[in-house]
Design a protein around this ligand. Sequence first.
Ligand code: C5P
Length: 201
Amino acid sequence: MAFTIAIDGPAAAGKGTISKAIAAHFGFAHLDTGLLYRATGRRVLLGDDPVDAAYSLSAFDLTGEGLRTPEVAQAASKVAADPQVRAALVDFQKGFARRDGGAVLDGRDIGTVICPDAEVKLFVTASDVIRAERRYLELSAKNMDVTREQVLADVRARDARDASRDAAPMVAAHDAVLLDTSEMSIEEAVAKAIAVIKQAQ
Ligand code: C5P
């Protein structure tokens, strides 16, 4: 039976951690849809055409630490504003969302465009300063050469581009449950999300 959990929100709000924990808790499959845009963005940085890249993503494109760099994040956000790139990636995401056994998808447009009929929709957010601090700690732990100021500026630029684009902008679905994780531990945020899902089951 299909059961879709759509998790949207801005960069570094905790969507990925919450999605993985929920998928493990309920035994659902998980798709980090940001990876599709990051993989496309990385191919563009290597010289490919964005639409061709989006139509020809391979399993190889979706692997590797190289997808988590700030450069690739910005490239992802740029290609994600192209409606043709988005169109190339829609069918795969829709199919994944309705697979048997339940699915958790996290991204920017899951509850609004990819799966407007999702059984549960969460919009996970946190203040931009807190999100930037989390991302800074994550990147520094991987020995990436970044400053707090750079990471905050990157997060703000990506938020603004993702929220203001015409094609599937980042916005909470009208029926999404808002989860502000600014003052929450990971455990608290996951527990809240699980409680919301249990109510819908
Ligand atoms: O979630 P993540 O930070 O990996 O996403 C990278 C970029 O991909 C985002 O900034 C956004 O522009 C784009 N994206 C999107 N729609 C999604 C997931 C990601 O536009 N469903």
